[in-house]
Design a protein around this ligand. Structure first.
Ligand code: HEC
Length: 200
């Protein structure tokens, strides 16, 4: 009996280890490409999981004008990659993240103060694939309504900035509080420290 118990415990431990490794090595296989390497725009973009937004965020020194705040930027993640990330804290190969730019408008309908979203201007996709790209990821431009996303030739400035300043694996998770709870502990701790240093 004792022996059987030990055997069951050992077998369970081995199985758990095997499953963990398999899970971490997993890739999500959703992205499709044409023969020229363009991304076939996923038809379910509207069903991707919302992870963050910003308004009029710029990367250089230009001043923010409250009367003309710029565009809303909406970031979402492909659902199977989101699920994997939630379980493991890892962005698997095959992960896609989208960034959509919408205009901002005041005094629409009953709104008198503040800004609401209006038309979609364009979108971009961050795609991870360690076999395909030397940096492990690259970007595609989605023109509004076009069926193909065009690959941005590597190397490019997009990758440089994302690698340098994206807080986790080239992704700007520091701006996506909705997913912080799933990040590895050390990354989350670092973000918390930075937040308390600069919070208003
Ligand atoms: C100078 C830095 C910088 C450069 C250059 C840059 N980005 Fe980003 N990117 C950001 C920041 C900051 C965010 C956070 C989201 C936001 O803007 O609200 C972001 C977010 C994204 C996201 C959402 C997923 C993610 O990785 O966080 C995509 C997709 C994206 N950028 C595409 C691009 C593409 C395509 C280019 C090049 C044409 C580019 N970026 C160039 C700073 C940069």
């Amino acid at each position: 009996m004792q022996k059987l118990r030990l055997f069951v415990i050992a077998a369970t431990m081995i199985l758990t280890a095997v499953l963990t490794v398999a899970n971490e090595g997993r890739r999500v296989d959703v992205a499709r490409f044409d023969s020229d390497g363009n991304l076939i725009v996923p038809t379910n973009l509207d069903e991707w999981v919302f992870i963050g937004s910003s308004l009029g965020m710029g990367y250089s020194q230009e001043t923010f004008d409250p009367d003309s705040p710029g565009m809303f930027q909406i970031v979402r993640m492909e659902p199977s990659a989101y699920q994997h990330f939630k379980e493991t804290g890892v962005f698997p190969d095959g992960t896609m993240l989208s960034l959509h730019f919408y205009g901002s408008q005041n005094e629409l309908s009953i709104s008198r103060a503040g800004y609401v979203m209006n038309d979609l201007h364009f979108a971009e996709i961050h795609y991870k694939d360690r076999d395909r790209f030397p940096d492990g990821f690259n970007f595609y431009n989605l023109a509004n309504g076009e069926p193909l996303g065009t690959e941005i030739p590597v190397p490019n400035d997009c990758i440089t900035c994302h690698e340098k300043d994206g807080a986790y694996d080239g992704v700007f998770v520091q701006f996506y509080p909705t997913i912080h709870e799933y990040l590895p502990d050390d990354v989350r701790a670092k973000l918390e420290n930075n937040k308390s240093a600069s919070h208003h």
